[in-house]
Design a binder for this molecule. Structure first.
Ligand code: SAM
Ligand code: SF4
Length: 331
């Protein structure tokens, strides 16, 4: 009898074929919505996956049907040996990509090309130098803008992630959208989400409708074209009539995309998170190091996934749900 191929299907029938691997809990920026003001405590290196362990676990996931891998962090490009990890993952039959703050992208363009990476997500929450500095607590605005330009010039597809926060940057929605008029870039407005130590509250979110109203107010309803929704998409996407680029809205809190979720997260210390908001983690690194098979642990973690947002029904009443700070999860 032929053994049925194991796949990462949860109890709601969702197939998980997209793995996000966090490579590091540290960062060269200090975005206040991600990194707690007091920082995160440094832990011994032995608690984190070594390069070869990242590759070994990734291979196990690919054996279970994973088709896309995203490297994230913290900032993946400050991890020592990240080029070896990228080179190793590029040998697997997966679409490989990464999410970065772009500060060090210029040092890695050749590595991306060798690995056949075609698309990158870059985080940028303001087009204003001073505001960038106040959000990230660092002065790298010019470097990030230059590196986005470099990626575009080198032929990469770039998605810009902008976390919208009332009172911080919601007045820049139209500036970001204007960028897509002449540039083939995709802007994704992301709803501000709660994590430990990030001073979130419900009033700071900027809703999908508010963003769309602002854009149609400026360009007219006929000036904005809705794009078809992709499979497993997290964003609703649009473009300006005659615009070269596009923009989208990811509204995890007010309009979640859990029904079609295909994502699994592996933290830098080797734990599976079956949902961004879940605090029920499954350790793979310990068992891997002690020679145990991790496959049953992976299957069990997916089997236990809740239907939506780790069971948190109503974020307007969200209080005291214990989770890691985002920087230690990997967005
Ligand atoms: N350092 C890389 C970067 O900034 O792109 C990768 C890691 S970062 C944690 C991944 C993504 O998570 C970024 O796009 C960031 O904007 C997003 N993120 C972090 N904290 C968030 C929050 N509280 N709400 C929404 N998105 C958040
Ligand atoms: Fe660093 Fe990215 Fe978090 Fe900003 S969002 S602190 S760049 S990990």
């Amino acid at each position: 009898m032929v053994e049925r191929q194991k796949i990462l299907q949860d109890s709601f029938g969702r197939i998980h074929d997209y793995l996000r691997i966090s490579l590091i809990e540290r960062c060269n920026l200090r975005c206040f919505y991600c990194m707690p003001e007091e920082g995160v405590s440094l832990r011994p290196r032995s608690e984190f996956m070594r390069n070869e362990e990242v590759l070994e676990l990734a291979e196990q996931f690919v054996g279970l049907g994973v088709k896309k891998i995203r490297l994230t962090g913290g900032e993946p490009l400050i991890r020592k040996g990240v080029e070896d990890i990228i080179e190793g993952l590029a040998k697997l039959p997966v679409e490989l990509t990464l999410t970065t703050n772009a500060v060090r992208v210029n040092e890695y363009v050749h590595v991306f090309k060798d690995a056949d990476i075609k698309q990158l997500n870059v985080s940028l929450d303001s087009l204003d130098r001073e505001r960038f500095r106040s959000i990230t607590r660092r002065d790298y605005f010019d470097q990030v803008m230059n590196n986005i330009e470099l990626l575009l010039m080198e032929g990469f597809k770039v998605k810009v992630n902008a976390v919208l926060m009332r009172g911080e940057n919601e007045d820049e929605i139209l500036d970001f959208v204007r960028w897509t008029e002449q540039t083939d870039i995709h802007i994704r407005f992301i709803e501000f989400m709660p994590f430990d130590g990030n001073k979130w509250n419900w009033e700071k979110k900027v809703s999908f409708q508010e963003i769309l109203d602002k854009v149609t107010g400026a360009y007219g309803a006929d000036g904005v074209v809705q794009l078809p929704t992709e499979k497993n998409a997290t964003a609703r996407n649009f473009r300006l009539l005659n615009g070269k680029g596009s923009f989208g809205v990811i509204s995890t809190l007010t309009n979640p995309f859990c029904d079609s979720c295909n994502r699994i997260r592996l933290t830098a210390d080797g734990k599976i998170k079956n949902c961004l908001f879940s605090n029920q983690e499954v350790d793979l690194l310990g068992p891997l190091r002690s020679g145990q098979s991790v496959e049953p642990l992976i299957l069990e973690a997916i089997e236990k996934k809740k239907h939506a947002r780790a069971g948190i029904e109503d974020f307007s009443k969200y209080a005291g749900h214990k989770n890691r700070p985002m920087i230690t999860i990997g967005g």
